[in-house]
Ligand binder design. Sequence first.
Ligand SMILES: Cc1cc2nc3c(=O)[nH]c(=O)nc-3n(C[C@H](O)[C@H](O)[C@H](O)COP(=O)(O)OP(=O)(O)OC[C@H]3O[C@@H](n4cnc5c(N)ncnc54)[C@H](O)[C@@H]3O)c2cc1C
Length: 481
Amino acid sequence: MTSKQEEYNLVVVGGGAAGLVSAYIAATLKAKVALIEKHRMGGDCLYTGCVPSKALIKTARLVHQIRRHKDFGIKSAHCELDFSEVMERVQSVIKKIEPHDSVERYTGLGVECIQGEAEFIDAHQVKVNGRILKTRNIILALGASPLIPNIPGLDQVPVLTSENLWDLRKLPAKLLVLGGGPIGCEMAQTFQRLGSAVTLVEAGPRLLPKEDPDVSDLIAAQFQKEGITLHLGTEARAATRPAGNPCMTCQTAAGQSLDIPFDAVLLAVGRRANTRQLDPSRLNIELNPNGTIRVDPYMRANGQNIFACGDVTSALQFTHVASHQAWYCAVNALCAPWKKFKADYRVIPWVTFTDPEIAQVGHNEQSAQEAGIPYERTIYQLDDLDRAIVDGDDLGRIKVLTEPGKDKILGANIVGSHAGELISEFTTAMKRGLGLNDILGTIHPYPTFSEANKYVAGNWKRDHAPEKILNWLEKYHGWRR
Ligand SMILES: Cc1cc2nc3c(=O)[nH]c(=O)nc-3n(C[C@H](O)[C@H](O)[C@H](O)COP(=O)(O)OP(=O)(O)OC[C@H]3O[C@@H](n4cnc5c(N)ncnc54)[C@H](O)[C@@H]3O)c2cc1C
């Protein structure tokens, strides 16, 4: 058990989003905290995830806009891409953000930052660089890594993952993307726009299976319009090199064999928690069948003093979810045994940065149906929105689910330009118990995309107009004429 002689209140292992936020909160609460990171502070989000992907997406969107010049009355516009420069820009973006997550910053905040690989001796001792840290609590923020599928011959062909993609300096002429989830979709569209001929192979029947089918269909149609070759319901079976050129042999849902030649294959078929080096029995923790760490509603992994957060635990692998969980880990660790808080997952937004963007908070139709939750659906199409028409960016719609007969929001799904920004109004509304009437009664500046939130609320109101009162008013005004 713990004793007063222990060196630390908290040792955090992993310096990605989850670990950084845990350590930050602990230091703010004046705890003695050590943060151990074996590679780079900032983790996946900064170096191989959100930041580089969104930086690359920015360039690809710009290229796409330039190609659309005629839509805006511009006779000629030419863009010549230097892919190597594009990738250097990605690195310079990382460099600019790096100080936010740096050892210097965290040391200044009161966190002892230790560079090294942590080993776990028991529930109160962590070894790093030959030194043993004794601690009352441990937070496991070990992250996840790209899943490498078991496809024969993969070791014979040029393979990219979200780890090494950012080292590319030559654009692959033919890029094969395996996986139609958010990472596969974001990168397929990006590389197609940058000039690769992209083929996307997805084993399931549609892209983005967590989305409602209408979203998958809209994105698939947009991808095909942009020239991406889609093979849905198709499984990659073997990588070969006939005549020296990489090729993927796939099997379609109909059982046909399909050979897809490529220059590089991007694996985006999922991520696996970094728990392979972990001996769960030493810490008295359990792993789920997919390798993630099992936690209780208080984010405890051993029911006591070991906590876990971020991608190492989560089905929702997002930076903001990692930070959200980190708060519960740090606060529950440091407030025990006096107070503890259950992690609240009711209102979690997320965004897939395809073009158009897809943003979600709460339930979509698919998850509501799976959970057996009754709902009403209200839709507003963006091709009706003045600002979207002005910008030539009117593809998409807002879909809101409400409790039957009430304006209480169960979830919102936005497909369209700025969806990632627009979703926050619904997130706040859900978090604070505001309904569609509140959004409708709020002034939104004209002409903005945010008006779409008000208009979807207006559509709901129209569908729930008080018919009896309106009939009475009609008679009243008739009598007054
Ligand atoms: C291509 C891509 C795009 C993404 N885009 C988005 C996005 O737009 N928005 C979003 O919200 N999320 C996005 N994500 C997901 C996001 O990056 C992750 O959810 C987030 O980084 C998880 O943070 P984490 O702290 O749990 O893990 P990580 O960032 O992986 O950090 C874990 C850290 O633990 C360290 N570590 C592991 N074991 C040890 C040990 N034994 N000793 C010491 N250190 C150790 C690792 O070196 C690593 O730095 C994206 C991911 C990818 C791959």
